[in-house]
Design a protein around this ligand. Sequence first.
Ligand code: AMP
Length: 522
Amino acid sequence: MSGTVATRVDERGVRSYDVPLPADLVAGLRETVASRGSHPAYVTATGQVTWNEVASEVDALARRLAGDGVSAGDRVAVLAGNGLSFTTAVFAAWRVGAIAVPLNFRLTAADLGSLIADSGSRLLLVGPGMGELAVAAVAGQVDGPVVAHADGDGRFLLGVPDGDVPDHTPGADAPAAIMYTSGTTGRPKGVVISHGNALQNSVTCTAVIGRRADDVELVMVPQFNITGLCSQTVPAMLLGMTAVLLDGFDAARALDAIGAHGVTSTVGAPTMWWRLLEQAELHDRSELKGLRLALFGGAPMPTALVERMRAAMPEASFGNGYGMTETCSMIMYVGGDDAVSKPHTVGRPLPLTELRLVSPDTGADAGPGEIGEIVVRGGQVAVGYWTSDGIVPLTDENGWIATGDAAEIEDGFVVLRDRLKDVIKRGGESVFSFEVENCLHQHSGILDAAVVGVPDEQYGERVVAYVVAKPGHDLTSDEVRAFCREHLAHFKVPSVVEVREELPRNPGGKVVKSLLRSDSDA
Ligand code: AMP
């Protein structure tokens, strides 16, 4: 997408890419099949399929979905690990104009049941190994979905007679998916992504990250997550790349896959990169050197980790993508030399994405050097939240969405300071948990760290750190606090440091700080 790019502006003033985008994701798959049908599309533990084969599986399942009565606007829930069952299910739902509801299989059956009920899904497609969880999730649901389990080859609804699939495709404005947020703060919300949102995000992935059709992408984050679906699965499909689908992240298996399939590009949460580097170092493995693009995002990236990645992959290009489910993945990016020289930033807004920093106190634009909430608009911002009253907007009337993240601009680059709700107010001073975490990550014995504020009679809140020691390292609270005193202003130094075996993280790699805070209260 270099050179001149056609853009359009809607009535709210939101700008997006226009031609030469496909009309929607279904048309996108058709175009890929026409241009790269015989190219390998997906590689999984059980084999490899071409784009022609993917399309014929998708068409066949779409006919069975139609035969089962699924039509435009119906919700089809999908409970499956990364793989062909998941991918075919989602693409086939799109083919009949239905809305895919990818589910997080790490949730409890009760939580899954609530999401399935919330989405009003009429069908639940259950991938290999998920049968028991699915049955428990819908147990006792009145008007619950029809549950269809994959057969031994991972195919769905094989006994169902074919129905008629409409010739027309859904169009850019049609909802494509309901993506439930991870619910690190309160109840998960169903974010409705349109075909157009996913196309806009994909174009950006291609243009700004510099992915190429001959790249081999490893999808090691869950496909049910916005990054796995909209920043990897969909862009790989639109470009006709090959994607290696890893079912369940495990550092050793990820390295195996990188080596075996010639992976050139991947995306991981910071914690995944720690584990990949540890594994490579511990077992003297060199697969990471094969990567051309090593991308990260989803959670704050410790500077120490960027330095370590650079040492391990001197030839690779790095990139940090910032965004949220509500923005269909990315809104900012920093890549190449800037990702290395400015590891503390999340970069600049993507092309056609507009950024404002807004003072949380006054609602006015923050002045130079001031911290404000990141507020953005662009064609990738989701069409709304799924509610019992229908789809309700998640932006103001001019298309702006408030992210809940506090940031400032430094030399034209956005520096995230903290989630607004996580900023610790200690005796009139603001302590940004990211800064303290970044300091803790510089400590040679610390593998993982999270910092929260907990109520304190004297100061209002006090700074509490949770750390995980690297294997073979003993950490004491006093020693870690002494380290922080060397690097941080005294009011930022944690008053308590607790050493843990691991930190509670969600599938997107984010620490669930609400759990740590409630532990501190106990
Ligand atoms: P979710 O909707 O669950 O993906 O969470 C979105 C939130 O994750 C954002 O509002 C940020 O707080 C955080 N986040 C996403 N990407 C990054 C990044 N590259 N660096 C730091 N935090 C990030």
